[in-house]
Design a protein around this ligand. Sequence first.
Ligand code: SF4
Ligand code: ZN
Length: 740
Amino acid sequence: MSKQVITAGIRGANVVVDRVEGKINAAIAKFGADKEVKLPNTAYYLPVIYGITGMKVETLGDMLPVMEKCRQLLADVPVDNCWTPYLGPGLDSGMATLFAFDMEEALKYVEGSPYLDSKEDPEETDADIWLGAADDIILRKRGVEFVDGSAPGFAAVVGAASSPDAALAIAKELQEKSIYVFMASNNENGNCFSKQLVEAEAQVGWNTRLVPFGYDHSAAIHAVGFAVRAALTFGGQTPGDFKGVLKYIQDRVFAFILALGPVCDEQYAAACGCINFGVPVIADTDFPEVLPTGVCTYEHVVTNIPETEIVTKGIEVRGLKITIAKIDIPMSYGPAFEGERIKKDAMHVELGGPKSFGFEFAYSKPLDEVEDGKFTVVGPNIKDVEVGGLLPIGIWIELAGRKFQEDFEPILERQCHHLLNGAEGILHIGQRDIVWMRISKKAVEAGFTFEHFGTILHAKMHNEFGAIVDKVQVTIFTDPDKVKEHLEIARKTWVDRDNRLADMNDETTETFYSCSLCQSFAPTHVCVVTPERPGLCGAYNWLDCRASYEINEHGPNQPIAKGDPMDERLGKWKGVDEFVVPASGNAFESFAAYSILVDPMTSCGCFEAIAACLFAANGIMVVDRDYAGDTPCGMAFSTLAGSVGGGLQTPGFVGISKFYIGSKKFISAEGGIKRLCWLPKALKEASKDMIDARGAEVGVPNLYDMIATEENGTDEETIMAFLTEVGHPCLEMDQLMEMM
Ligand code: SF4
Ligand code: ZN
């Protein structure tokens, strides 16, 4: 705890309380104790006093017991060096300061209001700009915005910026984030933020969310009063239930103080009062910080922050969650566009996919290394591409958050698919390194640029994952070398992510997870994700689903208590089937996790690869998206995908992730990896380590060499000759035909 801040706060509190006591006594001497005291058009008396203590100040005389309360709260100014400061007396003295300020402002109205009572905005004809206390009409109109989320919070700005332009920049940044700016209090040079804004020709008033309450330090109480009245009006809090009021404001009215320029004792005192409400102070000057002790969400007082960073810091320290009401792109946005197709002749550009390459990747970094809302394009932008063009694409998402865990990275990464698809004129298929996108001509005509990928991801990730994400920065790579370079980095991380589960198995795990993320495209599709069977997109494994459930327990990933086994060979459990029926909208009765022939799992459209039975060869082939040629099952990937996808169960075929090929549970009901008899050459090479390891485990150490590729043939007859020649184990296994 900072001794300097608390000492200054207590010193300031004593000055304020002494001064206000003098003013009350003078007013009583002048007008009598029965003289009415009230703020304009409000049912909340002096709102801070009323909300916290329940005391109704209606006359000057009513101020006397409040003054007594202030005296009880007020700590003595520490006089010697032995005094050990702690937060308690500072907070209490701060509260006394707020009560005193509440009365000091009310006394102004007794003398005749110096403010533009009940006005929302000052007009040019007004002598000054100060609005004073908001009346109940303004409170109801504006307070509701704090409740419905259209205003995420308010910044109480005290003092003055280094120049009018600097003030304007701070105000604009807050306005852009829909945060109200409540302004009061001058600094030691007599400057104040409100006047600087007026000088910079900004329009101040409730309508621009730049609210000039007053020039004096005491006028800052109108910001606190507004918050307290919001707690009473919208939060249903009872006057006098100080714990309830403080808690409501801490949890619901996200406010922070920006202290600009030198801070005086009275401002320290008021700041100590505000900390009671969970309102932290961020200052641009250098004085000792006050570290977390549990009253505010995070730190209490953070200092020495440059003006250009003070807004971001305030948002971060207050733990304020930014929601972006409108996604600022030139096309429409909404779930209705998720299923939109973009045909070749409607397309302006194709990104990634089979004719080029692309990826999307999200990872987290420390908070100070991510610049929220920064979108960069490295390589040609849309204006550089002719109609019908083709580019590689890399979507590089950097995330940061106080509560973010590395485990959440894959979940956020996997959102790209539905988030980008929500935009009219954007088609997104795939994930990780099989991303394939199209942008429509119409979108480009409307003004779409690659930065808008950032706009969408930034807005939606804040809105949907605000609890864990504080900052989102997006870089779009279209320069081929840059895409390749970053893809390599991403691939290393994916390998690590996939391998995290190495020590887990399905037998000893009681809880599996569902994934219904793809139901927006394939309404009957559910992935049942087990430790040994990742989602067919390859981007969600068991750990990811568990983390996703932690983030949102009502989200697309639900725990499934697997229950008693019904058939261990097929991978059927009672709990899984009970789950699958309602989750598939009654489309399916039973799922077998390990079988391609009996009740195989459904396939949406995101599969990294498709496994298919080759009955003549008595084996199984796998083909991935990158291979466009013919396959021994008679269909190329694209044709296969058309008949396997869409949320159907198609015995003989199943959509899988590439990583699943290396799992002990890879189609184990039909004999597993020993059945694998054909792969595209590139996929075979990429899977060599997995195949070698599994081959050795099942007693066929040279399995890799026995698997045919397109070089050995693309029809069953031709590869049969090869399989016979090498003695592939599938030829000796139980007849697939008879296992159906
Ligand atoms: Fe979830 Fe399966 Fe879709 Fe992957 S493919 S996102 S695991 S439903
Ligand atoms: Zn899918």
